[in-house]
Design a binder for this molecule. Structure first.
Ligand code: CP
Length: 317
């Protein structure tokens, strides 16, 4: 297996099967620190820089919390408009990153441009972690989702996943790439204008990822072990900031997972994952059903970032 020390985490496209299990094993090892709300000292001599060019609640703060839990130091920005990249100068990634690499030992970046973290990694001498790039990928979120699945189901192989939402979404790209390393079957439900792009479908086919496109949740929810959701009432991920303007549309019934649907049609042990934030596709009354796992997923998001930071900074081998 390749070493994680010094490595960028940019995509799940090239992530190998045993690497998932290696990351999960480190998560298991570090989880008690987060569970007991302790701060350890594993990364006490290391510094994380978060460079967020797009809003975030979970990914940025889970990554920062992870660094604090391991005793490391944190600095960064959550609004590029307060840096030279977001004002008059529009400083390019190369110039920005060639500064940032002197300020920290690892850079966690979210950007509205697909490929921006990969561009940063070209210029940075420290590891770069992609925290979401445009519609591109969101590897740390999907590693969290797969770890949650593995913990809850005891396996990933043999499961059937129902993916609901906007298939242009970065999480959907990362999870479908990840499926190439597991024996899983997936059902995809989305509005036609949010379908998997033909070139991505061809790539999935090349990677032997089994995807069935279905027109509504109702038609396939009964097959699913894991229901994996994203909104279809969605922000524009190519923008640095997308303000809400006027009345929003509601989510059509075909793309919603309701308490009633879970009761009447879902497997009794099906779990619901949602990376959040949600809109009306996942009503809040699902939260107290036995199916909901998105709050567990939120906790695991901190644990996963702890594991990734420890691995890329060479603190665990
Ligand atoms: N799931 C996720 O990426 O959430 P944030 O946008 O709040 O980071």
């Amino acid at each position: 297996m390749r070493s994680f020390a010094g490595r960028d985490i940019l995509s799940l496209k090239e992530f190998e099967r045993e690497e998932y299990f290696r990351v999960f094993e480190v998560c298991d090892r570090l989880a008690p620190i987060a569970k007991e709300r302790r701060n350890a000292d594993l990364l006490k001599d290391k510094t994380l820089l978060t460079a967020f060019y797009q809003p975030s609640t979970r990914t940025r703060m889970a990554t920062e919390a992870a660094m604090h839990r391991l005793g490391g130091h944190v600095l960064g920005f959550a609004d590029a408009r307060m840096t030279r990249a977001g004002d008059f100068y529009q400083e390019p990634i190369k110039d920005t990153v060639r500064m940032l690499e002197f300020y920290a030992d690892v850079i966690a970046m979210r950007h509205f441009q697909h490929g921006a973290p990969a561009e940063a990694a070209r210029w940075a001498s420290v590891p770069v972690i992609n925290c979401g790039d445009g519609w591109g990928e969101h590897p740390t979120q999907v590693l969290t989702d797969l770890y949650t699945t593995w913990k809850e189901k005891g396996t990933i192989d043999g499961l059937k996943f129902l993916l609901v939402g906007d298939m242009r979404m970065r999480t959907m790209h990362s999870i479908l790439y990840a499926f190439s390393q597991f024996d899983v079957e997936s059902f995809v439900v989305c509005p036609p204008e949010m379908s998997l792009l033909p070139e991505f479908k061809a790539e999935l086919d090349e990677r032997s990822v089994v995807v069935h496109e279905v027109e509504s949740v109702e038609k396939c929810i009964g097959e699913a072990d894991v229901i994996y959701m994203e909104p279809v009432v969605q922000a524009d991920y190519t923008k640095g900031r997308d303000e809400r303007a006027g009345e929003l549309p509601t989510t059509p019934e075909a793309y919603r997972v309701t308490r009633r649907l879970l009761r009447d049609r879902a497997k009794s042990d099906a779990i619901v994952l949602h990376s959040l934030p949600r809109m009306d596709e996942l009503p809040t009354d699902v939260d107290d059903t036995r199916h909901a796992r998105y709050w567990v997923e939120a906790f695991n998001g901190v644990v996963m970032r702890m594991a990734l930071l420890a691995l890329v900074l060479g603190a665990v081998e």
